[in-house]
Design a protein around this ligand. Structure first.
Ligand code: CMC
Length: 389
């Protein structure tokens, strides 16, 4: 149920509105459909389970951007272009190397993407070919930026992309310096598919609002990254890992979670504005987390996650609060060997495809976003001189 708020303005007029714009239709879209009551998610009509089972991140990205699944040749050409665009431009890399090592990875990513806009020759032009070229370049370069930030933080040199590797495998390689095994690469590929798109979430809406002014694509994406960073949005996956680390052991789960619920603290990775049942992405990620726990022989994080899920279901399941995509992605990234600082950036590496698809869709039939608010402040106040205040 939307949280409706009723207020009376200075003129005595009564207004009812939905806090946080819950349930408010802002425009139409053909990219994503979510059935929050039944826990179903579709990218351009295809169930997320089918994409996770059969697709790759590259193919899913093409599908989101261009509306149809690619033919073999289209996919090959798209993949070739992505590989060509993977490198960070030299002047940008030089500036990246000067950035504070301790700064938050999402803040550095946001700054680097903004910076890259300076090196785009025609970023204010919104022809379809120009916009899709910029979109592809951003999708291609995000993993390289994220991996470079992480390596620099660790005092290591960034690793150049490897054209023999797919998008997901190449990200692991650029972070660790080692080519991953096929299973690890596939798990990350699935994670990227699952996070690529999700309708009018805060960061995607941000990207659409910004591009609706007909500004450049980099401005829209930079703003979206800033939005994704927040703990109520993509930042929740890091919050989940902090929670797991704070709890520390399977035995401590019960006490910590119940205490948090008692004090009305939010449990990161649970709850969703749209899903009131289990998020279908969490269901898939839970299975991967379980399998990775078996393979690595490190059950702790998966076992703790399952225990938290069980307690939450008993305590708040009847209120529609279930694991969301961020909950099991935390333990999956942990098992894949990623450092906590790049959990949310990995979300961005994936969601750039959704943002780009929405930016392109918005530009096709653009109308400036300009909502309103109910004014509750004073009216007709006198302006006192500064000496009289
Ligand atoms: N743990 C405990 N209680 C919760 C939680 C949670 N994770 N989420 C919601 N609630 C409670 C909340 O305290 C409130 O209770 P009350 O009515 O007694 O005040 C009620 O449920 C409604 O919460 P809300 O925050 O008004 O609902 P919303 O639709 O604005 O919340 C949400 C959506 C995702 C912001 C929220 O569930 C939340 O903060 N979750 C934790 C952060 C998180 O996991 N975010 C990731 C979202 S999914 C991926 C993404 O978009 O990036």
């Amino acid at each position: 149920m939307a949280k409706n708020r009723e207020v009376v303005d200075k003129f005595g007029k009564r207004h009812t509105f939905s806090e946080g714009m819950e349930g408010v239709v802002a425009t139409s879209s053909e990219i994503c459909f979510i059935n929050g009551a039944e826990g179903r998610l579709f990218y351009r009509g295809i169930p997320i389970e089918d994409l996770a089972e059969n697709s790759t991140f590259e193919e899913t990205s093409y599908f989101l951007l261009y509306g149809e699944l690619p033919t073999q040749k289209e996919l090959h050409d798209f993949d070739t272009r992505l590989k060509k665009y993977r490198a960070i431009p030299d002047p940008v890399l030089e500036i990246l190397k000067q950035m504070p090592r301790k700064a938050n990875t999402m803040q550095i990513l946001r700054t680097v993407v903004s910076l890259m806009g300076l090196y785009e020759e025609k970023s204010d032009e919104h022809s379809v070919s120009e916009t899709s070229r910029e979109a592809e370049k951003l999708i291609a370069v995000f993993p390289t930026i994220v991996a470079a930030i992480q390596r620099l933080r660790e005092g290591k040199e960034p690793i150049s992309p490897d054209k023999s590797l797919g998008h997901a495998a190449n990200l692991i390689y650029m972070v660790n310096g080692e080519k991953p095994d096929a299973y690890a690469a596939r798990v990350l590929d699935v994670c990227l598919i699952l996070h690529a798109e999700h309708g009018f979430n805060a960061s995607t809406f941000t990207s659409r609002v910004v591009i609706s002014t007909l500004t450049d694509v980099h401005s829209a994406i930079t703003a979206a990254i800033g939005s994704l960073r927040g703990p109520l949005h993509g930042g929740a996956n890091e919050g989940v890992m902090h929670l797991l680390n704070e709890i520390g052991s399977l035995e401590a789960v019960d006490e910590v979670i119940r205490l948090k619920l008692k004090t009305k603290a939010k449990i990161m990775g649970f709850g969703h504005r749209v899903y009131k049942v289990l998020d279908p992405r969490a269901k898939i990620l839970s299975q991967y987390s379980e399998r990775l726990a078996e393979i690595t022989g490190k059950q702790k994080y998966y076992a703790m996650s399952k225990k938290i899920e069980e307690i939450m279901e008993n305590e708040v399941g009847d209120r529609g609060i279930y694991p969301n995509v961020d909950f099991f992605s935390a333990s999956v990234y942990h098992y894949l060997g990623f450092n906590l600082e790049i959990y949310t950036p990995i979300f961005a590496v994936s969601r750039i495809s959704g943002w780009a698809a929405h930016v392109m869709e918005q530009l096709r039939e653009n109308r400036l976003f300009r909502p309103s608010s109910v004014y509750l402040g004073d009216i007709d106040r006198t302006y006192p001189k500064i000496s009289d205040r």
